[in-house]
Design a protein around this ligand. Sequence first.
Ligand SMILES: [Zn+2]
Length: 475
Amino acid sequence: MATSPTSRRDFIKKIGQLSPRSVRDTAPTHRPLLLLWLLGRVAIGAPRLTTWRETRAAFEKLEGAYGNGATADSAQYPFWVLHATDALWEIKDAERIAPPPGQRRPTISVLDHVNPEAGFTPDVHAMLSAEPGLVANAAAILLARFFNPVPAGLVADVGLDGLLPAGQEADLLLPVPGSVRFPKRKAIHTAFGGQWTSGIGTLDDGLMCVFSDARGPYDDRTIPGTDLIEYRGQGLSGDQSLKGVGNAQLLVCQREQKPIRYWHQPTGGDWTFVTWTVIVDRRLVWGRGEDKQWRREFAWVLAPVPSPFRDQWPQSVLDRLAQDDQQTHDETLGTEAPTALSKRDTGRQYRKLCASVERRERVNHSRTTRTATDRYFRSADARLAVMLRARGKCENPDCGGQPADVTDRGDAILEVDHVDERAAQGRDHPANMIALCPNCHAIKTRGSTRHDLKRKLKTLAQRLHREAEEWENTS
Ligand SMILES: [Zn+2]
């Protein structure tokens, strides 16, 4: 049998681990609802112990008004389970109401007959009574996980309106965005629980987090022209799968539109909880694993939201969610991993990437809020194609010499750019793009000869594109 929590940390962990068995994809609300009522009793200074009959009357009223009907169970289930499984409260003379053999809950007739007393364990009750902030924190967690958006009247009906002012529930979830810095993941774990190695997981409070480290191993970034974040899925090497633990967790978050904390660590900086987000799109893209090999990776598209509570999400995010068809949009379709060494293979891969870019140019003309995201992923393939074409060398024929070093992934240090920045509003196609070393790139953006260079590069990019398309036919 589980032991009753004796610290703030243990208590929050118990609340976070409360994940009622899912019935028809909907988490039953009976345990969270009973807990909210119990927290409300602490908030209004009610005695520690209540009775079965009092609990049942209060619970049935709440379940009728706010429950999601995901289970036929009545009050006897949460009444028993919070004691027997979660050890959050005690039932006096529990042995007198123990479930019949093979049953998971006591019968109502026995409960009615015995009418046992029950309440938070003395440790939990003392802790909660001494710290209203803990009551508010626990209640906010339950609301964010099980009653989101918060139904009107629920907070007042459980007696928590004094502790949880409407619209401010998010401030009671800890940490709040931007509030604290951590030098290491382990320090976040020490303060708020959860694991400290994987990029995807929950804190003690059971709410999901993704961790984005600028040093890798994953390439996460903001999608240009939007406030959306591209978060690469979990799985260090080989094609990623939705069955992998982290990706499977994000899949549930996407399906249920659950709030996710987005953490980021810039190179040389501290970890911060940047913002709450929600997944609005899922794509499959080419990326490189820890072993430097190309493979398919999930790109989860996260939209920042001001609060984990859905009623505070902006219309633009709700529109994106409404457009999300929950499918994997496979951006690698029709292309190959750009791994080839021979010119002929490189030519074939180049042509396939160009064809994929062109195909998507044709279908993406519809004006949806997804346009910027579509363009971003299409442009990523155009960049891959240009990198293939460059074959590790700066494409400027007058290059004064590119750095001999390579990136951590083993790539030449090259930047793929539009031949003319003004064309950045135009087409993201390899015929308009060029791979330059940092020196040539600097000349192109701020050198005195930049105008001449750009003119030259414009015709050059088109010629290199035509030539690369012919490589496939070389023997
Ligand atoms: Zn160069």
